[in-house]
Write a protein that binds this ligand. Structure first.
Ligand SMILES: [Mg+2]
Length: 260
């Protein structure tokens, strides 16, 4: 979950601009949290309090309407109708990471991932994106290696994970759908040598940078056993106190339900 927030902040200046290569500036003056962080924190809160994900996600929008929210998401937040709008956007995957840390049972992780997705992203691809991301994090934190994760996610969700980073550099274009983001985020993670390298891969393919880095970071955190302290500190410096409190409270709670 922290990995998603760190990825979001690092990717934020590059959402609407391109980088030349992986050697970009990690934290800039204008690096900031975006909707990915806000919704991830709301998922964590929902897990802990049992509040409705739909209402929490709306709350996040109402608190910070100036963020670069998806157009349809904004419309949904402003509508009296709470029913989902069949989205297949990558938002279902960028906000799901806390689910993978909260439960110690694969079936529960997948079921809850579906619940977080279907309040807005009830399109099959939207649900699939959330489930695939949550399962990848869960497998990684339970000690699975890269090949196991690649095989399992490729098999269960039908994503093409056999492309190289070079192929992504040459062929990938900005894409906000689940099916055009999650496989690529997974490839950026699978090809990485450490947490920072994973984030650099995700930004360097020049897509929806903050969300790609959030998803990649959320999985990388689990495989590499955390986020390097230097990056964590830079990210925490950029969060308001109530966000830090929510993050800490969730990390304590999640640690409480984790197997020893
Ligand atoms: Mg964003």
């Amino acid at each position: 979950m922290l990995g998603a927030i760190v990825g979001d902040i690092i990717g934020s200046p590059y959402e609407f601009s391109r980088v030349a290569d992986k050697d970009f500036e990690l934290f800039r003056q204008d690096s900031h949290y975006t909707d990915d962080t806000l919704l991830t924190l709301m998922t964590a809160r929902g897990l802990q309090t049992g509040e409705s994900y739909a209402l929490l996600y709306r709350k996040a929008f109402q608190a910070e309407p100036h963020q670069s929210w998806g157009l349809r998401f904004m419309k949904w937040c402003e509508s009296p109708d709470l029913s989902p709008y069949n989205s297949l956007g990558n938002g279902s995957a960028m906000r799901v990471s806390p689910v993978a840390w909260y439960f110690d049972d694969e079936r529960q992780v997948l079921e809850e991932a579906t619940r977080t997705a279907e309040v807005t992203h009830n399109h099959p691809e939207g649900i699939k994106g959330a489930r695939a991301t949550a399962l990848a994090i869960f497998l990684a934190r339970r000690g699975a290696d890269r090949d196991t994760i690649r095989q399992r996610i490729g098999q269960d969700f039908g994503y093409d994970l056999d492309r190289s980073m070079q192929t992504l550099y040459e062929t990938y274009h900005y894409n906000e759908t689940c099916q055009g983001t999650i496989p690529e985020a997974l490839i950026c993670f699978l090809a990485s040598t450490d947490f920072e390298d994973a984030i650099r891969n995700a930004v360097a393919i020049n897509g929806d940078a903050d969300t790609l880095a959030a998803i990649t970071g959320s999985i990388a955190e689990a495989l590499y056993g955390g986020v390097p302290a230097k990056l964590e500190n830079e990210a925490r410096r950029r969060l308001p106190i109530p966000f830090i409190d929510q993050l800490n409270a969730f990390q304590d709670a999640a640690a409480g339900v984790r197997e020893p």
